[in-house]
Design a protein around this ligand. Structure first.
Ligand code: PLP
Length: 457
């Protein structure tokens, strides 16, 4: 008889499947590692069992114990399956912006789910982070896995995902691409692959609104890079311990829209009904492959989860239209404003050491009312004509001071897919302009005047 002793014994050994249609025009072989073949339908089953077994070995979790995590989706399911097999109780705290469906899925596998308010700071005692931490302190024999900083996460991929990719490709893999959330998948498997062949290139996929790419490239944790985005599972506003930047060779950022459209193509053109971050991974990986791969190269892309969790979002045409992801023409976005500009237009900036007087001359000459302030390559502040005027009236001598003395905080960054109504809600008396990074990573400014002329058509 051929059978498994428990459902958790079926975790891992997921198939590699060649992508045939969406890869048109790209050199080399592109293989998807389809993680929805795991019993909980996602890559996170691998870390659920590993974090629990490592906690048992460390004596943190003993028979009859309780597992507590702040999770809304895949990791909860992964933990729940192993908890069932081993007889543990699960309590998950989720924020109230999560869909009822996701909560129901976790309850279906026996977890207790506590719904916490979204609109409170992480350190507020009502937040889902704080509630999870408090329950962990109050409940005896309870274990708080914390997938972000628990290194058993990356270890699970070092021990399973990496070796599977190496043996399935018979050591021929040259490129490994993967979305980066906690960093466990890219760094665990990426470390194993580089140990087998140091020439393997690890490509991390990031979202707009996340800090990873800039941190890797400049060493700067830039809070201005942080803004809300929709793609689930990848990108962060923190640096989790599982992200080892030395193992990630390149980061590519992918917009919510490009990811959503690619995810739908994977379903329709490849027959892979996968989740939203799978579109991000494939879109970003192919962008890299188009420029860098040779005919003999082999790229493996991780597809983390299944499409069912996204039926009411990216697989719903009305939702796609409402978000401007289907008929972009009907919903003008920051992208349209940026694309309507001359390719040679450069962002005007002033340096922190420039004299206020010279900055005023520049604003007047260019006919603009606000300008970002830079220190070398970094945007560190902003200057607006109304602020300068007020200050000059109070203290005329300030005209000989450096700009750094009267600059305000930098303008906020927003995503390319934000529609005009969202952009206009972000511009007010305090925030006179917004910044946006285009597909080539160039920074553009968007002002009230830009919004008005875009709306006038
Ligand atoms: C859907 C999805 N995609 C990608 C990832 C990223 O993987 P990792 O957390 O290992 O970086 C996650 C993790 O949360 C996820 O849930």
């Amino acid at each position: 008889m051929q059978y498994y002793n428990s459902i958790v014994d079926t975790i891992g050994d997921t198939p590699l499947v060649k992508l045939n249609k969406v890869t048109k025009g790209i050199k080399g072989t592109i293989l998807a590692k389809v993680e929805y073949f795991n019993p909980g339908n996602s890559v996170k089953d691998r870390i659920g069992i590993k974090m629990i077994e490592d906690a048992e070995k460390a004596g943190i979790l003993r028979p009859g114990g309780t597992i507590i995590e702040g999770t809304s989706g895949n990791t909860g399911m992964g933990l729940a399956l192993t908890a069932i097999a081993k007889g543990y109780k699960c309590i998950f705290t989720v924020s109230d912006k999560q869909s009822q469906e996701k909560i129901n899925i976790l309850r279906a596998v026996g977890a207790e789910v506590i719904v916490c308010p979204t609109n409170v700071a992480p350190e507020d005692p009502r937040s889902y982070y704080s509630v999870a931490r408090r329950l962990n302190q109050e409940i005896p024999n309870s274990f708080y896995p914390n997938q972000y900083d628990n290194l058993s996460n990356a270890a699970a991929h070092y021990e399973t995902t990496g070796p599977e990719i190496w043996s399935q490709t018979e050591g021929k893999v040259t490129h490994y691409a993967c979305g980066v959330g906690t960093g466990g998948t890219i760094c665990g498997a990426g470390k194993y692959l580089k140990e087998q062949n140091p020439n393997v290139v690890n490509v991390g996929i990031d979202t707009y609104g996340s800090v990873f790419k800039k941190y890797k490239e400049t060493g700067v944790f830039d809070e201005n890079e942080i803004y809300p985005y929709l793609t689930e599972g990848i990108g962060e506003d923190i640096l989790p311990k599982n992200v080892d930047f030395s193992l990630i060779d390149h980061f590519i950022k992918v917009t919510d829209k490009d990811a959503a459209v690619m995810t739908r193509r994977l379903a329709r053109e490849e027959g892979m009904f996968v989740g939203w971050s799978c579109g991000s991974a494939v879109y970003g990986a192919l962008e890299y492959a188009r420029e860098h791969m040779k005919e003999e190269d082999v790229m493996v892309i991780i597809l983390p989860d299944h499409g069912t969790r996204y039926l009411n979002k990216i697989y719903n045409d009305t939702w796609m239209k409402d978000h401007g992801f289907l008929e972009a023409r009907d919903f003008a976005t920051a992208r349209d404003i940026v694309h309507s500009r001359n390719i040679s237009d450069r962002l005007l900036t002033v340096d922190t050491v420039m004299k206020v007087n010279d900055a005023v001359r520049l604003l007047t000459k260019e006919g603009i009312s606000q300008i970002p302030v830079t220190d070398g390559e970094q945007i560190v502040g902003s200057l607006t004509d109304s602020k300068i005027l007020g200050q000059l009236i109070e203290k005329p001598e300030i005209r000989d001071s450096p700009v750094s003395e009267l600059m305000d905080p930098p303008f906020k960054f927003v995503g390319l897919d934000n529609t005009l109504d969202v952009l206009s809600s972000l511009i007010d008396k305090e925030n006179k302009a917004l910044l946006v990074r285009d597909e080539l990573n160039r920074v553009h400014i968007i002002t009230q005047a830009d919004l008005l002329s875009a709306m006038a058509g």
